[in-house]
Design a protein. Structure first.
Length: 244
């Protein structure tokens, strides 16, 4: 005679296994429901988050199937991060085509695939200033482009290229001439401060940071100093790009 309790236990185990199998199959079917349309490298471009929504994922491609295997980073945790996109992937899900970017933060500590609609083109001031601060203490050299040594415009060119994928003209005068000028009352972190004997003879440039200071490369190397230092004659400010 079979005990009723044993039958009930067996039925519960069987039912649980069936539900688990059904759930797992459903998840796998859902994950495999994305079809690869195209995938390629792209010219590096910087982005910032459009809102706190969104996250990066690990995506795996097998033939024409794309599977979302793991969420890696939530944009909520990266308010001042500049992301660099180097790959793109188009995939189709439920008849709709979506564009994803493979992004890495400028600190190279976070990466993954993210739907492009969660991002907007640009860079953050925090990334620009953070990149400049990493060069503090480096020596000055005439014509120095980094990373071992810099002259003034070599530093600004290096920082903007590495922080924001932005290519600046090589000389201080050319940088002053090319970008929109801003008044002293409207300057922001990451703007450029220019110095010289006249607006047509600009010979020095630095990156504006908070509290009336700048990071620049001069005879003492890459340092932080006051914009209003008596040995510099300020000619004005310019903004190479709008920073978030």
């Amino acid at each position: 005679m079979v005990h009723r309790g044993r039958i009930s236990k067996w039925l519960l185990m069987t039912l649980g296994f069936a539900i688990c199998l059904l759930f797992t199959t459903s998840i796998q079917a859902q994950a495999a429901d994305s079809t690869l349309v195209s995938q390629s490298n792209m010219t590096a471009k910087t982005y910032v988050r459009k809102s706190t929504k969104g996250a990066t994922y690990n995506l795996s491609v097998s033939g024409s199937s794309v599977v979302f295997s793991k969420k890696t980073h939530s944009l909520t945790n990266y308010p001042n991060t500049t992301w660099e996109a180097t790959k793109k992937m188009s995939l189709k899900r439920s008849g709709v085509t979506y564009l994803y970017y493979y992004v890495t933060n400028k600190g190279n500590t976070a990466h993954g695939w993210i739907w492009h609609g969660y991002l907007k083109a640009g860079a953050t001031a925090a990334t620009v200033i953070g990149t400049a601060k990493k060069e503090l203490g480096k020596p000055y050299s005439w014509g120095g482009n980094g990373p071992s040594s810099f002259d003034c415009s070599g530093l600004t060119t290096y920082v903007y290229k590495n922080a924001a994928d932005k290519t600046l003209p090589r000389t201080a005068q050319a940088q002053y001439n090319q970008y929109a000028h801003v008044s002293s009352s409207k300057i922001k972190d990451g703007d450029l401060a220019f110095f010289g004997s006249s607006k047509s003879n600009v010979s020095h440039v630095g990156i504006v940071v908070s509290n009336g200071k700048m990071i620049d490369a001069q005879n003492y190397g890459v340092i932080t100093e006051a914009i209003s230092a008596p040995w510099w004659h300020l000619e004005g400010y310019a903004r190479p790009m709008t920073l978030s």
